[in-house]
Ligand binder design. Sequence first.
Ligand SMILES: Nc1ncnc2c1ncn2[C@@H]1O[C@H](COP(=O)(O)OP(=O)(O)OP(=O)(O)O)[C@@H](O)[C@H]1O
Length: 320
Amino acid sequence: MSLLKVEDLRVSYRRIGMLRAAISREPATFDAVAGVSFEIEAGKTMGLVGESGSGKSTIARTLIGLKRPAAGSIRFDGREIGDAGRTEWARLRREMSMMWQDPIGSLSPRLTVGSLVTEPLKIHGRRVPEGEAARLLKLVGLPPEFAPRYPHQLSGGQARRVGVARALALDPKLLIADEPTAALDMSVQGEVLNLLAEVQRRSGVAILVITHNLNVVRHITDTMAIMYLGRFVEHGTTAEIFERPRHPYTEALLSANLEPDPDRRAERVELSGEVPSPVNRPSGCDFHTRCPHARSDCSDAPPAWSAPGGHGYRCFYPLG
Ligand SMILES: Nc1ncnc2c1ncn2[C@@H]1O[C@H](COP(=O)(O)OP(=O)(O)OP(=O)(O)O)[C@@H](O)[C@H]1O
């Protein structure tokens, strides 16, 4: 059974310029997430990939209850949570935890590492057992001597480790990691990804990784989805998508992000044009204005979602 099941999720924001919208009779809101469906099984890792503004953080904020869905369903551990009230969220926040971007900035500068990692227990009114800080630090490969230090005394990689320890303090079922390797050197990036994989093996936590870095996705995820303008353009197992991308946008991202493979994808696919805004979607396929393979009818109507054998994509003319 899936731990998290999201169906046709829509999340909207108010447009800027309400008065203009009112006069021109445009809708007052726009969909930053426009009908997204996915599942994550217990103990598995999914990657959510897309350029800035594609809606990744909006999905994360909705999953953890900071934003209400406009429509659709979010089932977590068998229960609908899209309409959960305050009391239920108090419980859910113990079971879903979020690792924010910006390792050092997201840690309170006045608390020691020891207090930071045990703080979630205190917030949820739990007793902090003797030696708990040392146990949590050990879980993320830091010695107990780190407990009295302050965030500004940590390197980027150590701050990430403290972020992971803090996120695991309440033994959550789902961990949402927003750009877990941002601003880290390549070698430290690898360490943090290995740490997440190791922590998952030991605790069985499911992980949703949000990133624009395809190397991160390739390294640790089982399944992945590629977002464009608030919709999935492709979704499937990570192995399948890397082996055989079907959507031209996925192909372009793969060719831009990864070391070129001399045998297969030697050519880099350059995308032309600006990323459109979800406030003013193009007609037809969202991607046709930048697609190197677009044909004249791609602007007529939006393509439907096809999912032969479970590997889904949204394109009239998928790659072979
Ligand atoms: N509070 C807000 N009010 C209005 N529009 C917003 C708000 N937050 C985000 N948006 C818009 O919603 C869309 C999706 O933004 P979102 O931050 O979810 O994208 P993202 O993929 O997470 O980007 P990034 O990688 O930069 O964090 C964008 O068009 C953005 O401008």
